[in-house]
Ligand binder design. Structure first.
Ligand code: M6R
Length: 606
């Protein structure tokens, strides 16, 4: 949470900072601010306000800014309300700071170092500035060293010292910072999307290392003062792949990109028609040696885990748990060296998932991460990584990250089934051939977006809504329901349709919208009966059904037809339909689809 940027070089910094903050705004949008070293006066000047980057831009446009060195921040509030004085940067004495994370011992620090008089905001972050100022006696690195050894919690700190021209310092624990240097200058940011405008080479600042950036050099050192060589990574995202490319919202663009993202994710892992993780460096004995699997993830990524769980049980007949990462280590999980823990995350920075993975590995489990962002914290914490090829996902509501996670999971199941002798080579090949059909099936759903847009009109006025299904249909409805909630603010609950009569059916009254998905042949009859039960109580039923299952019974509900795939694979095209439904409801309600209230794309607080 919170987006950070810093640049020092040979270009006007104002536009670089504002553009980067617009790119990073999905990390938090409660307030925004920049601090620049003014060329004329040499002073560090701050411009900040509660609200979006566009308001900061207006503020900056009214001000005189001439600078080639500065730092910026977009905030997701943790400590203190959404008001101007809590916006970053914070300045205390000679020190100006932007911060992402939570300083847990900020109250003790205020008391111990008597920092109170220098503070103006309600934030923990300003205490870091005050602490650095307290320790500063002309040597920035020495002050940072002292400060970080007293701070408890998570932090990515980016710091300007008044008397250090053109120089930016940074240090971090857990919260991410990536950096790079190009001909135009040195730049750092919370994530790589903000660096793409300069270069596709970057490095992750290691924890508890101090980065010193000057216009034509960078120095990375550990806390003992020893110089450390940065380990550069390459991101193969197009330089413009984090732009909207003509779509009104990133969410729509990202929904539309799914067929290509799936292909990119699976193609490089299919060799001679067989699933193959050799190029990822994932050994087969990771799969053959494990006795149980445990998935840890949050939100949408956890919902992807539910699909893997169903597939593993169905195809591999193996024990597998799916745990909410935030609950994991407090739930006395059964973990040992025969457990394979799969951490799933788009950002690779979700702190609950990261902590769950660390816990599992401390208890002997092997870790495999399914991640979208290269070099992210979870990827680095894991024994092995399978990267999804979704490209940058900017909309807060996750779409293409989810379906590419699913694609990787189907490959895992196929590989495991083959290795365990459950599938022959031919059966494995047939499974993979069906997976390859997914992009085409998704395209068929995307072609129905006008129809789905019309369907969205039926729920736009709803306050409460239910989504019902069984088995895999229920799992994708949990994700569909989350999607609708977060972008449309309609209260939506996914229910296993067989459970309705055990309580929730009491909430169905005249015209309550109920979205039903029916794609699984063996449970269709029961699903249809459950749909009839809600309809007889007045529900307004919206049915999405696999075309080949539809008959005169379901015709009563005028279903939106989903393309035919084998039952196990229907989750992917069906998910696209639910994503579009949520998207259009949000659009038609006039909401800022990409930035739903109270949320942030990257959740780095527990
Ligand atoms: O980056 P991650 O995949 O670890 O994020 C996990 C959740 O925070 C995320 O999926 C969240 O639920 C999305 N807003 C859902 O659209």
């Amino acid at each position: 949470m919170c987006g950070i940027i810093g640049f020092t070089g040979k270009r006007d910094v104002k536009e670089i900072l504002l553009h980067a903050l617009e790119t990073l705004e999905y990390r938090g949008y409660d307030s925004a601010g920049i601090a620049v070293k003014q060329q004329k006066s040499g002073k560090t000047e701050i411009f900040k306000c509660a609200g979006r980057v566009r308001e900061l831009r207006a503020l900056c446009d009214r001000s005189e800014i001439s600078s080639e060195c500065g730092i910026g921040h977009t905030r997701w509030a943790t400590h203190g309300g959404v008001v101007n004085r809590n916006a970053h940067p914070h300045q205390v004495g000679k020190v100006t700071v932007v911060h992402n994370g939570i300083i847990e011992n900020y109250k003790e620090l205020i008391a111990y170092y008597k920092l109170e008089s220098g503070l103006d905001s309600e934030t923990d972050s300003e205490v870091a500035a005050a602490l650095l100022n307290h320790f500063y006696e002309g040597d920035p690195v020495a002050a940072i060293r002292k400060a970080v050894t007293t701070l408890r919690g998570t932090f990515a700190l980016v710091i300007l010292f008044d008397d250090q021209p053109d120089t930016i310092y940074s240090v971090r624990n857990v919260s991410p910072i990536v950096a790079t240097i190009s001909e135009e200058g040195a730049i750092l940011a919370s994530d790589v999307t903000a660096l793409c405008q300069f270069t596709n080479r970057y490095f992750v600042v290691p924890e508890y290392h101090i980065l010193t950036m000057k216009p034509d050099s960078i120095r990375l050192e550990n806390l003992k003062g020893e110089c450390v060589e940065p380990e550069y990574l390459t991101v193969d995202w197009e330089l413009n792949s984090s732009e909207k490319n003509g779509y009104p919202f990133y969410m729509e663009k990202e929904i539309m990109e799914q067929p290509d993202a799936i292909l990119k994710t699976i193609d490089k892992r299919i060799v001679d028609g067989m699933p193959d993780f050799a190029s990822d460096g994932v050994p087969d004995d990771l799969f053959t040696g494990c006795e149980r699997i445990c998935i840890v993830a949050c939100g949408t990524a956890m919902h992807a885990g539910l699909i893997l769980q169903s597939l593993v049980k169905r195809v591999l007949n193996m024990h597998i748990d799916v745990e909410l990462a935030s609950e994991f280590m407090y739930s006395d999980p059964v973990i040992d060296e025969k457990t394979l823990v799969i951490a799933v995350s788009q950002s690779g920075e979700t702190i609950d998932t990261l902590e769950a993975l660390k816990y599992a590995r401390r208890h002997g489990a092997k870790g495999l991460a399914i991640i979208n962002v290269k070099g992210s914290s979870i990827a680095r914490e894991s024994d092995y990584v399978l990267y999804t090829e979704a490209g940058p996902e900017i909309a807060v509501a996750s779409t293409k990250a989810y379906t590419t996670q699913l694609a990787v999971m189907y490959l895992i199941v196929a590989r495991m089934a083959y290795l365990k002798g459950i599938y022959s080579r031919e059966q494995t090949g047939a499974f993979i051939a069906e997976l390859r059909r997914v992009p085409e099936a998704m395209r068929e759903v995307l072609a129905k977006r006008d129809e789905i847009h019309r369907i969205a009109g039926r729920v736009i006025e709803a306050k409460d809504l239910f989504m019902i299904g069984r088995g895999l249909d229920y799992s994708i409805l949990m994700e569909g329901s989350l999607k609708l909630k977060e972008v449309s603010y309609i209260h939506s609950e996914a229910y296993a349709s067989g459970e309705l009569k055990h309580g929730p059916i009491a909430l169905i009254t005249q015209d309550t919208p109920v979205v039903a998905v029916v794609t699984q042949k063996k449970i269709r009859q029961k699903e249809i009966s459950n749909i009839r039960e809600v309809r007889s109580r007045g529900a307004s039923v919206i049915l999405f059904e696999k075309a080949e299952l539809a008959d005169e019974v379901s015709a009563e509900f005028a279903p939106c037809m989903l393309p035919d795939m084998q039952d196990e694979f229907m989750v992917m095209p069906a998910s696209v339909a639910l994503q579009l439904l949520a998207y259009y409801v949000s659009c038609d309600k006039g909401f800022d689809v990409d930035k739903p209230r109270n949320l942030a794309k990257v959740v780095t607080v527990e």
